[in-house]
Write a protein that binds this ligand. Structure first.
Ligand code: HEM
Length: 553
């Protein structure tokens, strides 16, 4: 039966179209009306449901990292840490046996742009890995540049606002707003100088490094802890673009990185990274001139060598972009036994923020979605109900009436405690609101500038000149002051490009939020005339060779 005068589109040999109630749909071309010219009626179930669902197709995009691409694959462990079994340092099960594979999902992303923005924007890239281990999920949520802009989570919303479009005009990434914030936040100098080098525009997601960035801990069976930093090293090597190369690409294609990733997987050219770690003993390391918990710093490799512990291979693209890319949810709180947090003040803020935003963005039951489930084991919880509850997290043999603990009538039980009572060093201190004492905001900026390749230095200088040239004079002066404090040549070259000399900025006092060390006060006294820093023997992971991927115009 049809009340439509038109013939339907059905050929009769494809899968049948139904509505969400399972009713076959015999006319998907014409709504039900009183006569062919209307008016329409409200009881048009299929028509109203279809439009109402469409009206709700979008969920809020991520507040940061909105543009991204997910892929799937596996992690294969080496089982060792150098010559030793890895169990000496961590009891995390996924690392223990040579050749052991753990399924994983990864999401690469840009940070500042919206969901459909250009993937060759100058921006850090997110590098978030979800390991579906036998002990539950482990998320390692990092980036491609090794460090971050700020070291205290309380500054994150301000920092992101300065990067996002102007709240009045909605103009994107206004240089004056970006550098207004950066010029007053000297801890951001290291990261911003990397973002303004070619590494700020990777040639593809396959040709970039990945870093956990924040410092974590490993715990062994005896409860002994070490501090650890994670590094993903791409088998394909590191390749980057200049702003010109990027402009050529984005003139015709905004999603070039996603396309490159899925094309490579599609032709069986599976991207691969080696996972390497740096470890140090779990204490304050007062002998160092930086704080090992400071995420604006790298740990120099000559002191803390990189040790390989496994590899990651990506061999599958998502079957559905929305289900597996928009709804996937990572968080720094998602750890497994044998891994732990450090006291890094960013990490604690991040750990609150991720699941909080996912409850808002995806919904309170986001962990029940297939891509977020603990696929390597089974979640058995007493969490119940809430919007879009999809199933009950019943344990094997759990009495379904008992959704509480403790119980002696068939409810879930706690597992046995670890053999050791406590772990990690004793922490004492007064409640306070203070910066960390060892800020050392300029040394690694200068070292990085001197250790990268000449074309990268030239590109960094040109990019700074372009952006700072658009800023107000007081912002320009403070930025040149910071760059000179970092490395003479960097400050002098950028200063020359925007017409500001060391003499123009020599009078500036340190920021009220800064406490310069003796060495830094000496640099300030000879601003622009300190000579190059000594980088002999210094090895930094984020200074490995970087090839320019030249794009034909
Ligand atoms: C206190 C500082 C930070 C806060 C409060 C914060 C907060 C957030 C939030 C709210 C999201 C969106 C998550 C979602 O909607 O699912 C996000 C995404 C992300 N953040 Fe952070 N973030 C911080 C620092 C960092 C740092 C230092 C890194 C890198 C080391 C980082 C890497 C990422 C990545 C990779 C994503 C995207 C995850 C995905 O692909 O779904 N964030 N962050």
């Amino acid at each position: 039966m049809t009340d439509s005068a038109n013939k339907g589109s059905a050929s009769g040999d494809g899968p049948v179209l139904t509505d969400r109630q399972g009713h076959p749909v015999y006319d998907n071309q014409n709504q039900r009306t009183v006569g062919p010219r209307g008016p329409a009626t409200l009881e048009n179930y299929h028509f109203v449901e279809k439009l109402a669902h469409f009206d709700r197709e979008r969920i809020p995009e991520r507040v940061v990292h909105a543009r991204g691409a997910t892929a799937f694959g596996y992690f294969e462990a080496h089982g060792t840490f150098g010559e030793k079994p890895i169990s000496d340092l961590t009891r995390a099960k996924l690392f223990q046996e040579k050749g052991k594979r753990t399924d994983l999902a990864i999401r690469f992303s840009t940070v500042a742009g919206g969901r459909d923005s250009s993937e060759v924007a100058r921006d850090p890239r997110g590098f978030a890995v979800k390991f579906y281990t036998e002990d539950g999920n482990w998320d390692l949520v990092g980036n491609n540049l090794a460090v971050f802009f700020i070291r205290d989570a309380i500054k994150f919303p301000d920092f992101i606002h300065s990067q996002k479009p102007d709240p009045v005009t909605f103009e994107r990434q206004v240089a004056n707003r970006v550098f207004d914030f950066i010029s007053q936040s000297p801890e951001a100098l290291h990261m911003i100088s990397i973002v303004f080098s070619p590494r700020g525009i990777p040639a593809s997601y396959r040709h970039q490094q990945g870093f956990g960035v924040n410092t974590y801990k490993w715990v062994n069976a005896a409860g002994d802890t070490v501090l650890v930093k994670y590094h993903w090293i791409p088998k394909e090597g590191v390749k980057s673009l200049t702003a010109e190369d990027a402009a050529t690409i984005q003139a015709t294609e905004l999603g070039s990185h996603t396309k490159d990733l899925y094309d490579a997987i599609g032709r069986g050219d599976f991207p691969e990274w080696e996972l390497k770690v740096q470890v140090m003993s779990d204490d304050e390391h007062t002998e160092l001139d930086f704080d090992p918990l400071d995420d604006t710093k790298v740990w120099p490799e000559q002191q803390f060598p990189l040790t390989p512990i496994g590899r990651m291979v990506l061999n599958r693209a998502p079957e559905n972009f929305f289900l597996e890319n928009e709804q996937i949810a990572f968080g720094t709180g998602v750890l497994v036994d044998g891994l732990d947090f450090s006291d890094d003040k960013m990490l604690v803020g991040r750990t609150f923020s991720y699941s909080d935003t996912q409850r808002h963005r995806v919904g309170p039951n986001y962990q029940q979605l297939p891509v977020n489930q603990a696929l390597g084991t089974k979640a058995s919880t007493n969490l119940r109900d809430g919007n879009m509850a999809y199933h009950v997290d019943l344990g094997e043999g759990q009495n379904p009436h008992v959704n509480y603990e403790p119980s002696i009538t068939g409810g879930l039980q706690e597992v046995a405690k670890p053999a050791h009572e406590e772990q990690g060093p004793v922490i004492t201190g007064r409640l306070t609101r203070k910066r960390i004492p060892r800020t050392n905001d300029y040394q690694q900026v200068g070292e990085h500038y001197l250790l990268i390749e000449q074309w990268e230095r030239d590109d960094m200088v040109a990019n700074f000149i372009d952006a700072l040239g658009q800023c107000d004079r007081p912002i320009q002066e403070r930025m040149i002051w910071h760059l000179l404090m970092s490395e003479d040549e960097l400050g002098l070259r950028v200063g020359e490009g925007i017409g500001i000399s060391p003499d123009d900025v020599r009078h500036l006092e340190p920021l009220a939020t800064q406490t310069l060390t003796e060495a830094e006060l000496d640099r300030l006294a000879s601003l622009g005339k300190n000579g190059p820093r000594d980088v002999s023997g210094v090895i930094m992971t984020h200074c490995v060779p970087n090839k320019r991927e030249i794009v034909a115009t």
